[in-house]
Design a protein around this ligand. Structure first.
Ligand code: HEC
Length: 144
């Protein structure tokens, strides 16, 4: 019986397909690296923002919150909290200072971290910087 689909055809599809997708992968990687500097908001990283990031880690904020979709799901996403709070660092600081809110059954509340004014400012600056990263609206969030 005559073969319609020959071994050499199969080989060509295998190698051709592999080369095509490797090239596509390289092109998309290149494109991402070209686009990142315009989107990552790295020009906004000041000493204060860096301090805010350190405090973010030291206090394990990510143990309860997500930031840009990464983290724990106990408490709200914070990548867009600066925008949701009317672009007010003061509102964010006031919120953090005002916790915990106890006595409401079933309500989760954030603990008190006893942060100094400088530390609150740094965390608020870090959250402002995070909100200005161009994530193409990731994570999708109706509140944002
Ligand atoms: C033990 C869990 C926990 C940790 C750790 C935690 N939070 Fe929270 N956070 C919460 C919960 C729960 C809420 C929402 C409920 C509330 O307190 O009103 C919240 C709310 C917030 C809000 C308001 C969010 C909104 O959408 O209104 C901000 C801002 C915030 N946290 C910042 C921080 C920062 C900054 C840190 C680290 C210093 C941190 N949180 C660490 C549990 C936590």
């Amino acid at each position: 019986m005559k073969e319609i689909f020959t071994k050499s055809m199969a080989r060509n599809i295998y190698f051709g397909g592999s080369i095509f997708f490797v090239l596509l992968f390289l092109a998309l990687t290149y494109d991402t690296h070209q686009a990142l500097p315009q989107r990552d908001n790295s020009q906004a990283i000041t000493e204060t923002v860096a301090l805010g990031k350190k405090l973010w880690e030291k206090n394990n904020c990510i143990g309860c919150h997500t930031l840009l979709g990464e983290g724990a799901y106990y408490a709200p996403e914070l990548g867009n909290v600066y925008v949701r709070y009317g672009k007010s660092k003061e509102a964010i600081k006031a919120f953090i200072k005002s916790r915990p809110v106890n006595g409401i059954p079933g309500r989760r509340s954030m603990p008190q971290f006893n942060l100094t004014e400088e530390e609150l400012e740094a965390l608020a600056e870090f959250l402002k910087y995070s909100s200005e990263i161009n994530t193409a609206n990731w994570p999708p969030n109706k509140q944002g």
